[in-house]
Design a protein around this ligand. Structure first.
Ligand code: SF4
Length: 361
């Protein structure tokens, strides 16, 4: 007999699901996996190649590094250039080209940029270096933001005044609504993010679902999870009966994790945010509340960021909206490779271009 986890990797179950998808699918469908972790899993398990030609999978705006605006990358580079600052960041951000340089390039020139695995490592660095300012580059969705909020609360409680964050944190549901309002975007179903939903719950997606009536399924990251979601989306489309479904009940409760959301709400409030390629989305960003202003690097430092420009020829923004495939970007595999990335979609391990490059050969 299979253990609980094996069941979700079982090739026999996967095969049966593929057969049912092929049987049920009669018309072309464009399904978007919103989350970068799903993009990677779909490529790793070769899911695209087993699906019928009727089904197109699109990568969505759920790779945190990919959606970070050029302006925010430039702000990180400006912070790195200050001699009083130790800039701390997750590894994926290091190689994203800003309008001028990347953080990796600044580090090579001598800037004190340090890669961390957790914001709490950054907080520890701040305590060890009381005479320097330690700034953390905060990117990520609902999955990451509660931990960041926890670190800011800790910094406040412990009086670590030389610690701050520059927040480019974002919320997932407003991005889906923005996509649906964009000309040319055609989506017949959403594979909703599993990790984000652990925090937000299924309920957070209900307003968008009610408004646009696009079949939507929250699911996990194993092959059986993903194929199950595809099957449900095919069935809903074939029967013209859109639903919002939780197919990841082993991890996601309808109400999510209210405790994590309380911590997040204590520290952050919603604000309009700029997304790469998509533009400003109302109430889609998370900024520090007034009582935490002294931990806000955007307020602490004078950062007048000059006009920014996204890399010439990079189609990252259109790819994040499902309007283009990575191999339709004219720089793909030519000027832009994982060794020499032009845009963040090729840098991030969760980026659609990086996944395409790694697995489509
Ligand atoms: Fe941008 Fe490179 Fe992707 Fe083209 S292949 S969209 S240049 S990241």
């Amino acid at each position: 007999s299979l253990t609980y986890n094996q069941e979700f990797k079982d090739p026999k179950i996967s095969k049966a699901l593929v057969a049912r998808i092929r049987e049920k699918s009669t018309r072309p469908l464009r399904l978007m996996e919103v989350c970068g972790t799903h993009t990677m899993a779909i490529f790793r398990y070769g899911i695209r190649s087993v699906l019928p030609d009727t089904i197109t999978l699109l990568s969505g705006p759920g790779c945190p590094v990919c959606v970070t605006a050029q302006k925010d990358i430039d702000a990180y580079v400006m912070l790195a250039r200050r001699s009083d600052v130790i800039l701390t960041t997750f590894g994926d951000l290091m190689k994203v080209p800003g309008s001028g340089a990347s953080l990796a390039a600044e580090k090579a020139k001598g800037a004190d940029v340090r890669m961390v695995y957790s914001i709490f490592d950054a907080l520890a660095i701040a305590k060890e270096n009381p005479n320097r300012e330690v700034v953390f580059c905060a990117v990520g969705f609902e999955t990451t933001t509660p931990t960041i909020a926890g670190a800011v609360l800790t910094a406040k409680a412990q009086g670590v005044d030389n610690f701050s964050i520059y927040s480019a944190n974002k919320l997932t549901p407003p991005a889906l609504a923005a996509l649906m309002e964009t000309d040319g975007v055609e989506i017949d179903g959403f594979i909703l993010p599993g990790h984000v939903s652990v925090i937000t719950g299924l309920d957070a997606f209900a307003p968008t679902f009610e408004k646009y009536r696009i079949p939507s399924v929250v699911t996990g990251f194993e092959p059986v999870d993903i194929l199950k979601a595809v099957l449900k989306l095919v069935e809903q489309n074939e029967s013209n009966a859109p639903r919002l479904v939780n197919a990841y009940t082993r991890a996601v409760a309808d109400a999510g994790n209210p405790k994590a959301r309380v911590i997040m709400g204590q520290v952050f409030e919603k604000a309009d945010a700029l997304w790469r390629g998509i533009g400003t989305i109302p109430n889609s960003g998370m900024v520090l509340r007034e009582s935490f202003y002294k931990f806000d690097a955007a307020r602490k430092f004078d950062l007048s960021i000059p006009d920014t420009r996204e890399p010439t020829g990079c189609d990252c923004g259109r790819i994040l909206m499902g309007l283009k495939r990575p191999d339709q970007c004219r720089l793909y595999k030519k000027a832009c490779t994982p060794m020499h990335p032009v845009g963040p979609c090729m840098v991030s391990s969760e980026g659609a271009c990086a996944a395409f490059y790694k697995y489509s050969r």
